[in-house]
Design a protein. Structure first.
Length: 316
């Protein structure tokens, strides 16, 4: 569906000299999946997507979208893709229904306009002038315009930036509907929760480089909710737990320690470090054994023997 190999996009800046906006980026998106590019502003997400859309020329590298090189700007390719830009605009005096009928005329086999209105949540606003639509409703219209041509592949470039929570959730519902229709979606976002909720796989991009790629959970995309709890037991051994429910786990640990007449020495509650998350994902168990303290909350745990190095970094 999408194949990107060693993609480069460079330009010259008067102050910084040669800048690599996209620097040897490689990834692939399979049919029917939602693939996310996750990263901060200026990471190279939009530049990458614009190259895939055929809007921007690349400096070097190999790119294939639906079997075409997008640099050729083939009509055959453009008939098979839909695009939702970061921001769009439409004439204020036309209605969603009118806009969709107009857009549908550009495609050989468009979806029915009434079906698209329903899928995008605009059925009740189909005949309202666009100037009277809310920001969230206008964004739904952007999705509808991308969908009406019945594309195989849809590009969503930061589709919920600036949305309030309710509008974001509504937009997420539209993306889920696209996936249910069997569409392939390439999504860019700088929201961690959005990537976790929507994407089947994610590439983390920063400074034009892909730092990691995989399923959101494999990359620790849910790690913002996870907490490390560490303490020394009565024998002096260091016990560590990682959990997404620290309140319940702390209650269990302290209650059991009080019942035994023991103290949880050197108790710490922190975020797990990147190193410790990587070790767990790699299955590292060297020098550790299972904790003897049972817990009902979702967690992982291990013990370390004797003394911890004073200079060892802690999770933040």
């Amino acid at each position: 569906m999408i194949q990107v190999e060693n993609l480069m996009k460079s330009f010259r800046d008067l102050r910084r000299g040669l800048v690599h906006a996209v620097d040897h980026v490689s990834f692939a998106a399979s049919p029917g999946e939602v693939f996310g590019l996750l990263g901060p502003n200026g990471a190279g997400k939009t530049t990458t997507v614009e190259i895939l859309e055929g809007y921007r020329k690349r400096t070097s590298g190999d790119v294939s979208v639906l079997g075409y090189d997008p640099a050729g700007r083939s009509i055959a390719l453009r008939r098979r893709i839909g695009i939702v830009l970061q921001s769009g605009g439409i004439y204020s005096h036309i209605t969603p229904r009118e806009a969709l009928h107009h857009w549908a005329s550009f495609y050989p086999h468009p979806r029915a306009v009434d079906e698209v209105l329903a899928l995008s949540g605009l059925a009740q606003k189909a005949d309202v002038r666009s100037r009277r639509l809310s920001g969230g409703e206008l964004r739904r219209l952007d999705f509808a315009l991308a969908l009406v041509g019945d594309p195989e592949l849809i590009f969503l470039d930061e589709p919920t930036t600036g949305f309030d929570p309710a509008a974001r959730r509504a937009a997420w519902g539209v993306v889920r509907a696209l996936k249910d229709l069997g569409k392939t979606v390439l999504l860019t976002t700088h929201y961690l929760d959005e990537a976790q909720y929507l994407a089947d796989r994610v590439a983390i991009i920063k400074g034009g480089n892909i730092l990691a790629e995989g399923a959101p959970r494999e990359l620790g995309a849910d790690s913002a909710r996870r907490v490390r709890i560490a303490y020394r037991d009565a024998s002096g051994e260091l016990v560590e737990h990682v959990t997404d429910d620290p309140t319940t786990l702390l209650h269990e640990l302290t209650s059991e320690a009080l019942a035994r007449g023991e103290r949880l020495e050197d108790l710490e509650v922190t975020r797990p470090s990147r190193r410790s998350r990587a070790a767990r994902s790699a299955g590292s168990t060297s020098g550790s054994r299972s904790s003897a303290i049972p817990t009902s909350s979702s967690s992982t745990s291990r013990r370390r023997a004797s003394t911890r190095s004073r200079g060892a970094p802690r999770g933040t």
